[in-house]
Design a binder for this molecule. Structure first.
Ligand code: ADP
Length: 272
């Protein structure tokens, strides 16, 4: 069913109205299409852990097992429940993000503090993978104005990926620099790198570089392809940019550039 209005003469009043109406309709259709894809992707991701829980449960009921086997079964089920919990949290975060495009908090943040906090948060993960986090931060504060939780999430997601893709004994280097009116954070790893054809899509929702491989192997530890989408949303909501520079065998560098806090606003406790 095509609801578009016919345009006889695009220059008279009815013609102009019809053109505007058709443009609006096209935008609505695009938005609904996007929503439909989001729902389809999200449902697909939700079904995978549910299928695992169901089949593991069936195996448990089919015949008697030893206590160790039951423990194993329950352990797998709990792992999948954790995955579901994480996924729903991320989906909620993304959905909330869409509706919050305009109003973000504007607190004065020292990016050095934020980076230290994110690195501290992921310290255990790094230790588990025998990855060393190397911080290279300037001596003076790097002030930006924004929402601490959102920006921290962006840095955590980049750092989390860097650690997860690092081989043992590798270094993940986080640096913070200022250039003119920009504050820049880079997260560099010595992991496998990312083939060029994936780079344009990395920040899309549900995009995974190794999706096919993960599925075939039944490897359920892979991510959901949401971390970078959330990071991009957080950075762009602050008027910033996020990009990836990577090549197979060369590691990856992710870069966040944010507008520096304007000198016009002097947060409490600082001198102009
Ligand atoms: P996920 O939660 O699945 O990791 P992301 O959105 O964080 O999703 O990342 C998207 C894809 O980019 C993933 O498939 C991941 O393999 C790849 N990727 C992200 N960061 C890195 C990195 N530092 N090194 C190699 N691949 C990466």
């Amino acid at each position: 069913l095509d609801a578009r209005l016919p345009v006889d003469n695009p220059f008279d009043e009815p013609g102009r109205l019809a053109v505007s109406f058709n443009a609006l309709l096209a935008r609505l259709e695009a938005a609904f299409g996007e929503l439909g894809r989001f729902t389809a992707d999200a449902s697909h991701e939700l079904r995978t852990p549910l299928t695992v829980i169901r089949s593991v449960g069936e195996v448990g009921l089919r015949e008697p097992h030893s206590e160790a086997e039951y423990r194993n079964i329950i352990g797998t089920m709990l792992e999948e429940v954790d995955r579901l919990t994480l996924l729903t949290t991320m989906l909620l975060e993304l959905t909330r993000a869409e509706g919050r495009r305009t109003a973000i908090k504007r607190e004065s943040i020292d990016l050095r503090e934020l980076i230290r906090d994110a690195a501290g948060f992921l310290g255990v993960l790094a230790e588990e993978g025998r990855v060393c986090i190397d911080l290279d931060l300037p001596d003076s504060p790097v002030p930006v104005s924004g929402d601490w939780t959102m920006l921290r999430q962006a840095v955590v997601n980049l750092l989390d990926n860097a650690i997860k893709h690092s081989p043992p004994d590798a270094v993940v280097a986080i640096a913070c620099r200022t250039h003119a009116d920009l504050a820049e954070i880079t997260v560099a790893d010595q992991g496998p790198g990312i083939p060029a054809e994936h780079l344009p899509h990395l920040f899309d929702r549900f995009y995974r570089v190794d999706a096919a491989r993960g599925r075939q192997d039944g490897d359920r530890r892979g991510g959901f392809g949401l971390g970078l989408a959330i990071a991009r949303w957080a950075v762009e909501a602050h008027g910033g940019r996020i990009e990836a520079d990577s090549a197979p065998g060369k590691g990856s560098v992710f870069r966040i550039a944010l507008p520096r806090e304007r000198t016009l606003s002097h947060p409490e406790g600082t001198t102009p």
